[in-house]
Design a protein around this ligand. Structure first.
Ligand code: SF4
Length: 307
């Protein structure tokens, strides 16, 4: 999009948003060592606001980064009816970024396997992930960038806690189950409302995900509304909760696998580091509720919810 046509106020807003997103993406990349010299990063582009923003900001950072890395945009055409095939190639050509469009009819598989009326997103996402991971190997990409942002991470955290009885979310960086792919989430620190505003101002040619007719996961929708409600009634709570995800104290939770409660000894309130005689971290007081008094209690541990 040409920014020349924007009025002064809109340009200022766009610049401000871009600066903030650049800063947050840069901080996440650094904090988790997401991108290193010589990396080939496959940027997964769905046609939604998040992935367009991720590609845009990564391209922007690439220009001024002190290290050299490659970016390759990849879209998976899942053969949904009505998918506008020409939109992404036209956009990517205009940017001059290397890209691939991978065609795989996961739509037919999903329709065949999932009973009528059930949500298809779970299987659809798994098939998409599998195809994209395989493609990363084919093109020699050692990193796969996904466009999940801070709000996705928090929603997933609450989904897993409320419906799965597990403290677990989407990590900013992870190795895939087969150990072959490194997945990164450069938007991990970015807010969804900034991304939405940025995508609108940049007029990215958005392709809706639900062309297939499936409804968004209802449970996720409920969590999203809960978080948005909190954001309105208690400004700052979202930020605090995300900070909490980055500031976990295993000795003050109740997971025996994460912290050796059984082996706890006097003089070492934070436990013994396996293989050493030293206690990790400073001594802590019991039941620290933090600055705003919000403590977390894990009451039960049941099955994992896969999201
Ligand atoms: S809305 Fe449709 S295309 Fe998008 S994840 Fe769900 S099933 Fe897949």
């Amino acid at each position: 999009m040409h920014t020349d046509s924007l009025d002064k106020q809109t340009k200022t807003r766009l610049n401000k948003l871009q600066k903030r997103l650049r800063r947050e993406v840069g901080q996440a990349i650094e904090a988790f060592n997401m991108i290193e010299e010589g990396d080939k990063v496959m940027v997964c582009l769905s046609g939604g606001k998040d992935s367009y923003t991720m590609l845009d900001i990564l391209l922007n950072l690439q220009k001024s980064a002190p290290i050299r890395f490659e970016l390759v945009a990849v879209n998976l055409d899942q053969k949904q009816p009505g998918f506008p095939e020409e939109v992404l190639p036209a956009y990517l050509d205009s940017l001059g970024v290397p890209y691939h469009i991978v065609e795989r009819d996961t739509y037919s598989i999903v329709k065949e396997v999932v009973p009528e009326g059930k949500t298809t997103c779970g299987l659809c996402s798994r098939l998409r992930r599998g195809t994209l991971y395989g493609f990363a190997d084919e093109i020699g990409a050692n990193k796969i960038a996904l466009g999940h942002h801070r709000d996705d991470i928090l929603e997933t955290f609450f989904l897993n806690m409320f419906y799965g009885g597990k403290l677990k979310s989407m990590p900013p960086k992870l190795v895939s189950d087969d150990g072959k792919n490194m997945v990164i989430r450069p938007l991990a620190y970015a807010r969804e409302k900034d991304i939405s505003a940025y995508a609108e101002l940049r007029q990215f040619p958005i392709i809706p995900c639900n062309l297939c007719g499936s409804q968004e996961n209802l449970q996720r929708q409920v969590i999203k509304e809960m978080l948005q409600g909190w954001d309105k009634s208690h400004p700052g709570r979202i930020e605090t909760m995300f900070r909490a995800l980055c500031n976990v104290v295993p000795s003050h939770l109740a997971d025996n696998e994460l912290f050796d409660f059984k082996g706890l000894q006097l003089g070492f309130p934070h436990g013994i580091v396996p293989g050493s005689q030293t206690a990790p971290g400073p001594l802590g007081e019991d039941e620290d509720t933090g600055a705003n008094g919000s403590g977390v209690q894990v009451m039960e541990k049941i099955d994992i919810l896969s999201v």
